[in-house]
Design a protein around this ligand. Sequence first.
Ligand code: CYT
Length: 273
Amino acid sequence: MSDILAQAQTAATYIRSKTTLQPQLAIILGSGLGSFAAQVADAVTIPYAEIPNFPQSTVAGHSGKLVLGTIGGVSVAVMQGRVHAYEGYTMAQVTFPTRVLGLLGVKKLIVTNAAGGINTRYGQGAIVALSDHINLSGTNAALGPNIDALGPRFFDMSAAYSPALRKLAIHEAAKQGWTLNEGVYLAVLGPSYETPAEIRAFRTLGADLVGMSTVHEVIIARHMSIEVLGLSVVTNMAAGVLDQPINHEEVMEIGKRIEGQFTALLTALVPQI
Ligand code: CYT
């Protein structure tokens, strides 16, 4: 058996020893969005540090807890914080939690992030549903010997972001009185923010949003045939769009500002998914 699979099974067994709940849906919360975890009823909270083989986040705004419970009667596993490749983690480590969620029986994944807005139609604080991605991170999460028990060597990415889940999200946002736009997310490695020339190039390539996460988790979720909804919060306009520098504090602050809208959307959406 592959080492990664054995390690993921050990982590899943540990999590199962803490709760009898079998999550159907997982939610990965990005930078500044962790407070959504408070919506989980009958929560069992497990710090990542306690889970065998789980990677630890080193970034401000990523608290590092797995919260299992229910939202609107649906069994969920919520990841409060994630690790990134720019922290020095390997692809196997970055996607380890996604594999564990799959082993726990999760069939659907809502993956969220803080992103820079390339498309000038977006404003700061906009929530955008991902329609597709461009992986320019320089690596691929499924790199290495294939784990046949989890999925095939080559797998389709032509509907990586479920059109059906996206439609539900757009419909729910409209019901709540606002427009959820769609966009293409482009992933870079980071941790430096992009240059204005890079952002101009990415716009030409068809990207609407830029960030340093998400695509790896989505690739591994699709490897395991998990259906994905991706949501970005535009925490800042990307480099060169506005005549001002970008800082992480701003990224965190915008996350807090749209908390109410983000929470209302997700809370209403979970029982529909
Ligand atoms: N913003 C962000 N680039 C940005 O401009 N949150 C990630 C990457």
